[in-house]
Design a protein around this ligand. Structure first.
Ligand code: BEZ
Length: 210
């Protein structure tokens, strides 16, 4: 059954390009972004892992450890890694999991038989420090993901975890946010100062600092 938001992310033991790991131990106390790609030595995947390597400091700044996975063997990951640096301009700086028996990919429902062969589709799981799944995303094999969007989502989740607000469509860090329905407008004004009521259920306030 597919993992749902709020579920505990399954733990696993794996071989990675940085050596063996136990997932929960590896991410202990951190956020994690676990993301699958269909295969090594393929063009879209090479650009995706290159982009993640370039943005990895931004993920680390947010307390997020990034880790990729495919069903290819560890020797292929190791052979392919230099291409990621060549193409993306930043050497591979996060581990890639080898999952040739597909145990982890099946546990995370990353293999969608209707999408061609038995390689994984492009899944993303954002997992919080308590190992709860906080975001899932699934893209087809032919479409590369937007990793700036994943940073934006992490910012939104981390903000709304700390402050009773929600983020509107297309929100970017620093922009106004929506007051949570759990606060009355009076309570919101007490807490945030200026609150603009567009509808009784849609109240905006300036981006709060957590
Ligand atoms: C790619 O990474 O380019 C790719 C992989 C599998 C199917 C389609 C594209």
């Amino acid at each position: 059954m597919a993992l749902k938001l709020g579920d505990t992310a399954p733990d696993f033991h794996a071989e990675t390009t940085d050596g063996p790991i136990d997932f929960h131990e590896w991410k202990k106390g951190s956020w994690a972004m676990l993301f699958s790609h269909p295969a090594d030595y393929t063009p879209v995947c090479t650009t995706e892992l290159g982009t993640t390597a370039r943005l990895n400091d931004d993920f680390i700044e947010r307390g997020v450890k990034t880790i990729a996975i495919s069903v290819d063997p560890i020797e292929d990951h190791r052979g392919w890694a230099p291409d990621i640096g060549d193409v993306g301009g930043t050497d591979l700086n996060f581990p890639i999991i080898a999952d040739p028996d597909r145990t982890i990919s099946e546990a995370y429902d990353m293999i969608h038989p209707g999408e061609g062969d038995s390689s994984s589709v492009r899944s993303v799981f954002i997992i919080d420090p308590d190992n709860k799944v906080r975001l899932t995303l699934t893209y087809p094999k032919s479409v590369g993901r937007n990793f700036e969007e994943l940073l934006r989502v992490v910012d939104a989740i981390q903000l709304t975890d700390l402050v009773p607000v929600a983020t509107p469509a297309d929100w970017k860090p620093g922009e106004k946010v929506i007051v949570s329905p759990t606060l009355s407008t009076d309570q919101a004004r007490e807490r945030f100062g200026d609150v603009k009521e567009i509808k009784p259920y849609l109240r905006y306030t300036a981006a709060p600092t957590p």
